[in-house]
Each structure stands twice: as structure tokens, then as C-alpha cells.
Design a protein around this ligand. Sequence first.
Ligand code: SF4
Length: 237
Amino acid sequence: MDLSILKNKYKNCLGPSSISVALAENNCQRNIWLQYRHKTDNNDSVFLEKYQLKHSAGLSNLISYLSTKYPNSVIEPEQKLPIVKFRGVSIYGIPDIVLKDKNDNSISVFDVKTGVRKTSHFFQAGFYFLMLKAIAIKRGLPEPKLKSIGLCYDDGSSTFDPETYENKILELKGQSAINEIFLDPTKERLKEIFDVVSQKNLPDATPTSGNCKFCKFKDYCPEVCIDEELIVTNSLF
Ligand code: SF4
């Protein structure tokens, strides 16, 4: 693969959403390695703008819900976190909402999603908590007490309704929520991903239609899987 035709990122970095997709949806090591270092031209700015509008509307609804449900909490929307380096890999992140409970100093992390439910979403929200924990420890602050990790599925198509909004929320509560998200095999896989990303050489590709379909580098990768072979048969037995 000719890397010289790819644009370099200003700084090598990954966001928790890319890491989560690598954990749950795309097991091509080359894909995540490339994402850490390179960017591609985005030709669909209208799609992105529409997504941003839906996301902003969903976020506003979530803020209304949380301020009603937790009046004693501080809501911090879209705060940019400092870059955190895990196993040699720089991670940047902007959690949609960090909710700080003034009574017991616990925190909750919420992420707004405008599409269908996916496992990777909990990985992403959980990863924000891991970053917050690493930042607090590095700054000599007490380790944050986890109250919950939540997802809000809201595309902003309707205004906030206090009676029904709970249906849009998926929440894992309590300190153990982080271990429910990151089970031991997932933690191992996470370490593998970081080791691959930090390696110097371009990793081998794993071309499958599932991996390549939404890969940003499919126009540059010679191994791209164009389509899966269609097997036609009249006899299964
Ligand atoms: S196009 Fe496919 S094989 Fe190539 S990097 Fe992307 S996911 Fe991997």
C-alpha cells in the first residue's frame, strides 16, 4: 500500500469511537493503524452537517432530561478532554455529557446516538470514563466514583417529553458498570489494538465486506474487498 498518497494527521491520535469500532465491528488491524496516522478527504459534508444537527438536538433533549432528573448535579456538555496516552497511543475525546453529582461527588458519562443501537456505543462511553479516571489520577485528584454510564438514542426528531424520555436511555449503573462493559477478553483485545496501533510497520489487512464497506481508506487500499462472492445453490443437504 502506497502511504505517500495519504494525508498525514496534524497529530497522530484516535478517538474512543474509532477504538470502539475496532473492538466491536472492524477487526482489520490495518484500518485502525491507518486511522491513527492518516486522514482522508471527506466528500459528504452535507451528510455530516445533517448528523451534527440531529446530534445537537438530541443533546439538548438529554440535557433537559438530566437537569429534571438530577437537579443537584452539574451537567458538563461536550468538554474537550486533554490527550491521554495509553500504551503509547494518544487518545483525544469529547464526551457528550459528564454529570457530576454534588451530593456524593460521583460522575456519570452519557453519549448521544442518532442511529441504531450498537455494542460499540457502550465501549465508547466507557472509554470516556477510563480517560476521566486517568486524567484525575495524573492530576493527583481522587479517583472518580462511577455512578453510571449511559447512552441516549435520540435523533432530535421530537421535543423533550418528560413522560416518555426514559425509553430513549440505556444506563449501566454503579461502580461495576465499567467492568460490565470491559470484560476480561475485551480488555485483552483492547491491549492488542493498542499494540498494533503503536507498531511501526503497516499491519496486514483483513479484507472482508463487513470491514471494508465503511473503511475510510478503501479507495487507497489495494487489498480492499469489493464484494462477497455470491454462492447460488439449490441443494443444502
Ligand atoms: S479497505 Fe479493508 S482491508 Fe483495506 S484497510 Fe480498510 S478494512 Fe482493511
